[in-house]
Every structure is written in structure tokens, then in C-alpha cells.
Design a protein around this ligand. Structure first.
Ligand code: FER
Length: 249
């Protein structure tokens, strides 16, 4: 494992690169955590190990205001995450040993994966959104975030949840994202893995995304919750099987 920082317009993005043992050239998958998450969460590690087992190098990166990266949580927006992810893609493309590139992310990182896939379709062989929170733009347009209601025409300065705060700028930028446009622009293979007991991101969004993508496969983790607690092995097996199939085609 190599640990380092990638510069993203002056923000230091904390990253870890795991290359499978004995590998020289290999595909690489960028792997991103969700909202309030970080790169050491159990479900992220399960996905990383599954990819390494399939011979894929993994570049985990933490986005603005999360983990050991720069920025404060309260100042993060999806626009900042997009900027960060584009910097990570640029870095990944500069690595000599990398053959094909992939991107995977959980929840808000899955939404990010869908956006970046649509922005950079030439750069990826496939993308893997896990429980992707792609309802965020739609619900913020409808005046809801984190289960709280607000007037979508008059965005509050901030929303409190627990001892954390989400800025109005998070909401106003999220409202302008149209994930359907990103879906339409990515016509390569997509693997969506989602638990049908997810009460944070409704499973129905996985079904809707799978239907909208030109070439998507949806693996349902039966009884799985948002972070695949107790079911990470099933999620990881789906990820590994997808890579084993695509690697050899
Ligand atoms: C929300 C529902 C889900 C939300 C964020 C999420 C900011 C993201 C969850 C995750 O990334 O795990 O209303 O608002």
C-alpha cells in the first residue's frame, strides 16, 4: 500500500493505492466513500479487497471535507467533489502501470461515480456505483435533504443534523445537477449493487438507474442495508465477479 496526497486546485486529497501482489501492469479502479464516510469503512475495504483479488489495483481517495483530505465537512458540495474526482482521474491516467481505468463509489460517492462517468466516458472501461445516492439532486429540488424539509425556492443558510452542518451551498449546487444527463452520456458497462433493505437510498433508484443506462447490470443484495452491514461479502462477491468477467473480455 502507498499513501500520499493528490493536489486538487490547492486542496490536498488523501489517497491510498493498493496494487495486488506480483502485479506489474494492471487495470486500476478509483474507489470513493459516501457522505460523512472515509476510505477505511468496512464496506469500502471489502470492495477494495475484492478488486485486488480479481487482479485490479485500487486507488482510494477521500473527497473534500472527508477523512484526511483538505476542507471542512460543512463546506463540501458535490461541485467540489466533482473537481476533486477529476483531479484523481487525471492522476490515475498519469500512472504508467495502469491499463484500463474504472471508477467505483458508495452512495454519495456512487452519485459522484455516475457524474464522472458521464463527464469522462472515454476514460473508463466500466463504472460501479454502489447504493448510489443519485436521488440527492431530485430531492433537493423538491425541498428535502437528510429527511428535513425546506423551501426549495428559498434555500436556508444551513441544515443541522446531529452536531454537523450542511451548507446552503451544498443544496443550491445539488439542485442544478441532472444525473439523467450523465447516465445518457455513459454507454459502457455499469455494475450497480444495492441492498433491497436500504432505508437511506431507496432501492427503487437502483432499478431506475439500471433501466436508464444503456448497458447496466443490477445485483440486488437481499436484506442488505445502505452500507451492506453483515452482507459486505455478497456485495464484494458481485464486484469481484464483474471484474473477473470484464477483465477477460
Ligand atoms: C440525503 C440522503 C443520503 C443526503 C445524503 C445522502 C445530503 C447520502 C448518503 C451517503 O452518502 O451515504 O438526503 O443529503
Amino acid at each position: 500500500m502507498k499513501e500520499f496526497y493528490i493536489d486538487s486546485d490547492g486542496v490536498q486529497i488523501h489517497a491510498k493505492l493498493d496494487i495486488p501482489d506480483g502485479v506489474t501492469n494492471s487495470p486500476l479502479c478509483i474507489l470513493i466513500h459516501g457522505f460523512t464516510g472515509h476510505m477505511e469503512e468496512d464496506h469500502l475495504i471489502a470492495a477494495q479487497r475484492a478488486m485486488n483479488d480479481a487482479g485490479i489495483s485500487v486507488l482510494r481517495a477521500e473527497m473534500y471535507g472527508h477523512g484526511k483530505s483538505g476542507g471542512q465537512f460543512k463546506d463540501h458540495t458535490l461541485f467540489k467533489w466533482v473537481t476533486n474526482a477529476l483531479s484523481v482521474v487525471k492522476y490515475a491516467k498519469s500512472l504508467d502501470f495502469v491499463t484500463d481505468l474504472y471508477m467505483c463509489g458508495h452512495s454519495q460517492g456512487g452519485l459522484l461515480t455516475m457524474l464522472i462517468g458521464g463527464m469522462c466516458p472515454d476514460d473508463f472501461k466500466a463504472i460501479l456505483p454502489l447504493s448510489p445516492a443519485w436521488m440527492i439532486p431530485e430531492i433537493t429540488r423538491n425541498g428535502e435533504v437528510l429527511g428535513q424539509q425546506f423551501d426549495p425556492e428559498h434555500i436556508p443558510e444551513k441544515i443541522m443534523f446531529g452536531d454537523r452542518e450542511l451548507s446552503g451551498d451544498y443544496i443550491r449546487t445539488a439542485q442544478l445537477l441532472h444525473v439523467e444527463d450523465a447516465i445518457a452520456k455513459f454507454r459502457k458497462k455499469v455494475l450497480i449493487v444495492h441492498g433491497d433493505e436500504d432505508h437511506t437510498v431507496p432501492y427503487s433508484y437502483a432499478q431506475k438507474a439500471a433501466a436508464l443506462y444503456a448497458d447496466a447490470k443490477l445485483v440486488t443484495v437481499h436484506g442488505g442495508d445502505h452500507c451492506f452491514v453483515g452482507k459486505a461479502g455478497e456485495m464484494a462477491a458481485a464486484v469481484k465477479a464483474f471484474f473477473e468477467e470484464i477483465y477477460h473480455t
